[in-house]
Design a protein. Sequence first.
Length: 202
Amino acid sequence: MNNKFFVMPLTLLLIACAGDDKAAQIGAAPAPETTTPATVPEAAPELSEEEALIARAQAPLLEGLGDHTHPISSDVPGVQRYFDQGMVMAAGFNHAEAVRAFQAAQRLDPDCAMCYWGEALATGPNINVTSKGKAIMLAEDRMSAHAAAQRALELSASGVTERERDYIKAQVTRYNGDPDTDRDALDLAYADAMRTLANKYP
């Protein structure tokens, strides 16, 4: 038997089978895609009441400062704590930390007149910053203190006690918004205003 006549039918058979397999693949449904399950992010831990307060105020609440308090006209939670912290820091000559505490109180209660009074108080001249024996202020501090005192005065039109209003009016005499003027007259005016205040509220 001639081998070439045997090989030819076998070759045709293999080609036909291959064509059938290809047709079957074309008509078959596509294989399902493999997907990776989405990773669910872990929920952030819930903040405590104090942690949430600190986050809103953007300043820490310090421990170990004693129990001094100077009640002010604000019923917003946390404002009194930050205000008292500012007063203690100012009394301890940590004026930068005092300003930060008063500004934190302002964030919690933007209508708190005494919170702006506190900022003006803590920003003012003090005996730790002197030149040639005189307490001095940087120009930007004079401007920011004046702005804080004026804001306190605006807010004191309502919602404050008479005593708070008197405190604010006395603080206003300390700044004029002009960093180029000599401070002597302003310091004397503030001293006179505080003397009157001390006599009224001994």
